[in-house]
Ligand binder design. Structure first.
Ligand code: ZN
Length: 433
C-alpha cells in the first residue's frame, strides 16, 4: 500500500492535535482532524488540512485512518526480558521477582545470553512501531562489566532503527561503596548513559542521594530513578529525590519511575510532594502493566483492591511532564508483554483514565518521553521531520483501542517496514539448563 518510490501523498488521514505541533486545522472533540500528508525522500514535506479537490490523482486515500508518530518507550528492561520460561516468578510478588531475577542473573547472564534476548526484544519493539527506547541495565557486580559492552554494541547495530539509551540499575545501598559507585558512574559516562538507582527508605537515603547527584553533576549525566514501587505509605523517596535535586541545584533531566506509594498517601502529604516534584523539574513515568501485576498481589489468593499506578492526573495538572512505558517483558517482574507501546497506551487509558477527554494524553508515549530523553523532533508529526509513523485501522479512539491493531503499518524514513515478529522458538536454546 505504501509505495517504495519515496514520494507519495497520503490523503484523508486522521492526525491528533497533541502530536502535530504547527498543524493548523479544526480539530474535533476527540482532538482529531483530517489531513493530507506529503512524503518525500524519507521526510514529511507537508501536512495540510484534508481537501478532496486538492489531492493529486495518485494520492493514497486512507479513508480517515489514524496516523501516530512512532513511539518512544522511556522505561524498559531488555537485559531481563524473556527469561520467564527458565525463571518464572514463584508467587507473583515483588520479592519473588527480585529474588528470581537475581538468581538468574548470577547464573545465566553471559554476554551472549544478554545480547540474544536484547536483540529479540528490540525486533519486537521495532515491529510494533517504537523508534526510541531507554533500558535499565542491572549493574550490580560483576554484571556491569558484562552488560554495558553488550549494550554499546547493540546500540550501534540498531542505530537508525531504534535510538537506544541505557541507565544503570542498582539498589540505593550499592552507593555506600563509594569507590565502586564512582567507577560505575565513570563507566556509565563513558557509554554516554544515564545514572540510575532504585530508591527506598534506608536510614541514610539523603546522604546516598547526595552522592548520586554529585556523581551525576561531576560527569554531566541525566538521572533515572525507580522510586517507591510499593504500597507502603511510609515510602516517600520521590519527595527525597525532589528535595535532593533542589538542594544540589541539579540542572540535568531527572526521570522517576513507579511512585506507587504516592497514591496511598494522605492528600496533604501528596500535595507537598507534588509541589516539590514540580519545583525540582522532575518528570514521572508510570508503568501500568507491571504495576497491575505486582502491586496489591495477595498471598492469601484474595482480590487486589487498587490499581498500583501513581497520580498522573494530579502531576499533569501541576505541569509535571508525565509518560507511560513498557517496563518489564516476560520476566519475573511481569509475566507478559512484548514492548508494544500501543498495548501500553491502551492499558494506560483503561487503568489511568486517559479519556473523556483524551486531551493531550497521547503525548505520554511520544513527545513527552522524547523530551525527557533529549530526542528533539521525535514523538511528533511535523513538516520537515522524518517520515516515521504508524498507520492504524482505527478511525477513532474507540476503534483504535479496542483491537490489538496487529495489522498496523509501520513507516520508517518513508518506507513500510517488515513487521514480522521474532519467533519465541529462537529463545528455546537459552532456556534449557
Ligand atoms: Zn523498571
Amino acid at each position: 500500500m505504501i509505495p517504495t518510490s519515496g514520494y507519495y501523498h497520503l490523503a484523508n488521514v486522521r492526525v491528533h492535535r497533541s502530536l502535530t505541533p504547527g498543524f493548523i486545522a479544526t480539530f474535533d472533540t476527540d482532538g482529531f482532524a483530517l489531513a493530507d500528508i506529503v512524503v518525500a525522500d524519507g521526510k514529511i514535506s507537508a501536512i495540510t488540512p484534508h481537501k478532496k479537490s486538492k489531492a493529486p490523482a495518485d494520492a493514497i486515500d486512507l479513508a480517515g485512518r489514524i496516523i501516530l508518530p512512532c513511539f518512544v518507550d522511556c522505561h524498559t528492561h531488555i537485559d531481563k526480558g524473556h527469561i520467564w520460561p527458565r525463571k518464572p516468578n514463584p508467587d507473583g510478588t515483588f520479592m519473588g521477582a527480585l529474588n528470581a531475577t537475581g538468581a538468574d542473573r548470577a547464573a545465566r547472564w553471559s554476554a551472549e545470553d544478554v545480547a540474544k534476548r536484547m536483540d529479540f526484544s528490540l525486533r519486537s519493539a521495532y515491529a510494533h512501531g517504537t523508534k526510541a527506547l531507554r533500558t535499565h541495565l542491572d549493574s550490580v557486580p560483576p554484571q556491569e562489566e558484562i552488560s554495558w559492552p553488550v549494550f554499546e554494541s547493540m546500540r550501534e547495530t540498531w542505530r537508525g532503527r531504534i535510538e537506544l539509551q541505557a541507565a544503570c540499575l542498582l539498589g540505593i545501598e550499592g552507593v555506600r561503596d563509594k569507590e565502586w559507585f564512582e567507577r560505575l558512574a565513570k563507566r556509565v559516562a563513558a557509554a554516554k548513559g544515564v545514572l540510575g538507582v532504585v530508591t527506598y527508605m534506608v536510614p541514610d537515603l539523603e546522604e546516598l542521594l547526595d552522592k548520586v547527584f554529585s556523581e551525576a553533576i561531576k560527569h554531566g549525566l541525566d538521572l533515572d530513578f525507580h522510586a517507591d514501587e510499593t504500597d507502603d505509605v511510609a515510602a516517600i523517596s520521590l519527595k527525597k529525590i525532589a528535595e535532593a535535586a533542589l538542594w544540589n541545584g541539579f540542572e540535568g533531566n531527572i526521570l522517576v519511575g513507579h511512585c506507587c506509594s504516592l497514591a496511598r498517601q494522605p492528600d496533604l502529604d501528596v500535595l507537598d510532594t507534588l509541589d516539590k516534584v514540580a519545583k525540582a523539574g522532575l518528570a514521572v513515568v508510570s508503568l501500568p502493566l507491571c504495576n497491575l501485576y505486582l502491586q496489591d498481589r495477595r498471598a492469601d489468593q484474595t482480590t487486589p483492591r487498587w490499581r498500583g499506578v501513581t497520580l498522573l492526573h494530579e502531576m499533569k495538572a501541576r505541569g509535571i511532564p508525565v509518560a507511560v512505558a513498557s517496563d518489564n517483558t516476560r520476566d519475573p517482574f511481569y509475566a507478559y508483554g512484548d514492548l508494544d507501546m500501543l498495548e501500553v497506551y491502551r492499558m494506560a487509558t483503561r487503568t489511568l483514565h486517559f479519556d473523556h477527554p483524551v486531551g493531550d494524553w497521547p503525548q505520554t508515549v511520544a513527545t513527552t518521553p522524547a523530551k525527557v530523553m533529549r530526542l528533539d523532533g521525535l514523538g511528533m508529526l511535523a513538516a520537515g521531520g522524518s517520515a516515521d509513523f504508524i498507520i492504524f485501522k482505527g478511525r477513532s479512539w474507540t476503534e483504535l483501542l479496542s483491537r490489538p491493531e496487529s495489522d498496523r503499518i509501520v513507516v520508517r524514513d518513508g518506507k513500510a517496514i517488515d513487521r514480522q515478529l521474532p519467533d519465541y522458538a529462537e529463545l528455546d536454546e537459552l532456556m534449557v539448563d
